[in-house]
Design a protein around this ligand. Structure first.
Ligand SMILES: [Ca+2]
Length: 127
């Protein structure tokens, strides 16, 4: 459904200026209405990584374990097991430098998102 644009206080402006003002007002309204859930989720993924990473922008084993325990403990299993986390980290560490870079961390996020999508897509069988 389309709502009529209300010009209100901006009625003294030229047509082109009005378009810009109305566009900005509508964008601001939309921002308040929808809260941009995906943007917010992406920001969270990035800020959680950066907040946990060291000066080299990578996660060492300790940082990696803390991050998965604190942030992904509900959708990942064995986050409390030090050896399981070590194996997980080894699997992600493509360049084998003993650390998880942002790119390598994205592999984990992609894997988790994919698993979540598959589990949501599967119909629940009760028989
Ligand atoms: Ca690495």
């Amino acid at each position: 459904m389309k709502k009529k644009k209300r010009l209100g206080k901006t009625s003294g402006f030229t047509k082109e200026t009005l378009k810009g003002v109305v566009h900005r007002q509508n964008k601001a309204k939309l921002r308040k209405l929808h809260h941009y859930k995906m943007e917010s989720a992406i920001k969270t993924v990035v800020t959680q990584f950066l907040g946990s990473a060291g000066k080299d922008s990578c996660l060492n084993k300790g940082n990696f374990q803390k991050l998965v325990q604190r942030q992904l403990g509900n959708i990942m299993s064995d986050t409390d097991s030090s050896s399981a986390v070590k194996d997980m980290m080894r699997g992600l560490d493509e360049n084998q430098d003993g650390k998880v870079s942002f790119q390598e961390y994205m592999t984990l996020i992609g894997y988790l998102a994919n698993s979540l999508s598959e589990s949501k897509a599967k119909p629940q069988t009760t028989n």
